[in-house]
Design a protein around this ligand. Sequence first.
Ligand SMILES: Cc1cc2nc3c(=O)[nH]c(=O)nc-3n(C[C@H](O)[C@H](O)[C@H](O)COP(=O)(O)O)c2cc1C
Length: 326
Amino acid sequence: MAISPLKIGSLEVWPPLVSAPMAGYTGGVYREILREHGCPYCYTEMVSAKGLLHGGDDSEEILLHADSDKPLAVQIFGYEPESMAQAARMLSEPERGFAAIDINMGCPARKITSQGSGGALLKDVSLACDIVRAVRDSSDLPVTVKMRLGWDEPSGAVRFAKEVAASGAHMIVVHGRTVSQGYSGKADWKAIEEIASHVPVPVVGNGDVLTAAEALDRLERGPCSGVMVGRAILGNPVFFEDALALLRGEPPEEYTPQRKMRLAKEHFVRSIERYGEKRGLLEMRKQLVFYFRGMRGAARLRELLLREKSPEAVVRLLEEGWRAYQ
Ligand SMILES: Cc1cc2nc3c(=O)[nH]c(=O)nc-3n(C[C@H](O)[C@H](O)[C@H](O)COP(=O)(O)O)c2cc1C
């Protein structure tokens, strides 16, 4: 099957591959890097609708993005149609620069589900649909939903997705696990594809895709209109570049240890510039270890990295130190 652009309202995304929202990882700095490597569509990390309306939390900081970081969906979570609608209205102002409003209906974190938000909405299809309608009525932007297969079992997933689509969602992303599964087991792509073949709006499949070749395979096979990739892009911004090369019929450039360390250093230096030494170091420790994935001596490098106390020492490790462990 030929691969077509992903349609989100009037927006066309090519190739139909999107980077997943990952709180604590896909902030502005990493998204800018992903864009430079061909990523065609990103999400902000999730923000609380109420937090946004009442201020005082870090929501506004999460929303900051560069001009190059477009098209960008803003993801909101909450459980009250009214506050979700108000947040959507605020986020739809043109100066905010967002391309779509995404509603989180999959987050399994107890802090989120205990208030009835995120994945908890999968237990209440009528509330979920009220939220979609309220957001849609208050925004001119396309409204999208990111869901899991269900709360603790997947049998209602097709019905849930159909109702959410009938309530006005322009696109639905489905992570092929239930909320109670967390990240255990394997993403159920049969269930995702079942939804995609029954729902009249584009469905983007998500879960456990590891390589660009695998993502393109899934797209060729259909019926998903797009593929979302999360953990596999951590420490691996070249994922989208690889996909573009494969689509041109060329082999992707090898992701050698040298290339990994060059990109890791770039990511690190930009984070220190943006967030300052203390926060930059803290946030980047968890991100940099992903660049070591698949390298010989990765465990030792990780240990050394976690020990380094200054940005200069981390840069030295990324420039030269890794060679000692190859
Ligand atoms: C650290 C982390 C943070 C995440 N944060 C969010 C989030 O803010 N919003 C959301 O909808 N999903 C979030 N997710 C879920 C991912 O978007 C994605 O659905 C999930 O990781 C499965 O895709 P993957 O197997 O390609 O990683 C997060 C996942 C991880 C690992």
